[in-house]
Design a protein around this ligand. Structure first.
Ligand code: CAA
Length: 258
């Protein structure tokens, strides 16, 4: 069993759960936590027993951003040499669907980590924001790109230029989060979403994630071609024949999960 110092990891019902666990700093994302989240998620992604990954924080904070204490004394040479934050790219390359359960603050890198997930379930008291401008910098874990692609220029500029925090209700309205639930239900609801995804055909869920992801990273024509080719490829899978046979026989499909 791998030892971690900044996160907790558990598995249940085909879902691997990663809990950010630095309560003393509202889950500020330091280098160790970045390494541990990515390492744990990569191990879960490789497990045939896992069909979805759930990332969550505490009631007060999903994560209040990158660790300002760790960054404060850095200079350009050190940041550039370490390619600070690059490791997060590895999380976004995993094929297992990721669900974020967000209560409390999701600020700066916390909001950006949530946006690396495929589905965000937020408690009604959650607060999202990109306050980097108040620190004299700009977002560095993806917000200028992912937030803009999710909510459009008007809202992304507003949030990134002013540092304004938005409530979960506004976050849902503008397309930043998938669902808003009562704070006390966030983890349970997000777990249900993760379990539901994990109960589907694994290759179908992975290809669905890849195809939707391509909409952010390709022309419409390229994305449509990729989707169609993946759709064709699915006709080599047992899950395709099982799913369609089960529909015709009016029974639940039995997925192979591989
Ligand atoms: N980094 C390091 N420590 C942090 C932190 C962060 N991002 N956010 C909170 N903490 C620490 C505080 O320093 C404090 O520690 P001490 O008790 O040792 O003083 C502890 O967590 C509790 O925080 P507060 O006392 O400030 O709690 P609060 O309830 O009064 O305020 C808050 C909560 C509004 C979230 C406030 O902590 C805050 O504004 N945090 C910083 C948010 C921020 O600027 N995030 C962006 C970081 S830069 C970034 O993320 C770059 C990027 O793009 C990746």
């Amino acid at each position: 069993m791998t030892e971690y110092s900044t996160i907790l990891v558990s598995t249940d019902a085909r879902v691997g759960k990663i809990t950010l666990n630095r309560p003393e700093s509202l889950n500020a994302l330091n280098t160790t936590m970045m390494e541990e989240v990515v390492r744990a998620a990569t191990e879960l992604d490789a497990s045939p027993e896992i069909g979805a990954i759930l990332i969550t924080g505490s009631d007060k904070a999903f994560a209040a951003g990158a660790d300002i204490t760790e960054m404060a004394e850095q200079d350009h040479q050190g940041m550039y040499a370490a390619d600070w934050f690059r490791r997060w790219d590895d999380l976004t390359r995993l094929r297992t669907p990721i669900v974020a359960a967000v209560n409390g603050y999701a600020l700066g890198g916390g909001c950006e980590l949530a946006m690396m997930a495929d589905v965000i379930v937020a408690g009604e008291g959650a607060r999202f924001g990109q306050p980097e401008i108040n620190l004299g910098v700009i977002p560095g874990m993806g917000a200028s790109q992912r937030l803009t692609r999710s909510v459009g220029k008007a809202k992304a500029m507003d949030m990134i230029l002013t540092g304004r925090r938005i409530h979960a209700e506004e976050a849902e309205r503008i397309g930043l989060v998938s669902r808003v639930v009562a704070d006390e239900d966030t983890l349970a609801q997000a777990t249900k979403v993760a379990e539901l995804i994990a109960s589907k055909s694994k290759p179908a869920a992975q290809m669905a994630k890849e195809a939707v992801g391509a909409a952010f990273d390709s022309t419409l024509h390229q994305g449509l071609t990729l989707e169609r080719r993946m759709f064709h490829a699915m006709f080599s899978l047992e899950d395709q024949s099982e799913g369609m046979r089960a529909f015709r026989e009016k029974r639940e499909p039995q997925w192979r999960h591989r």
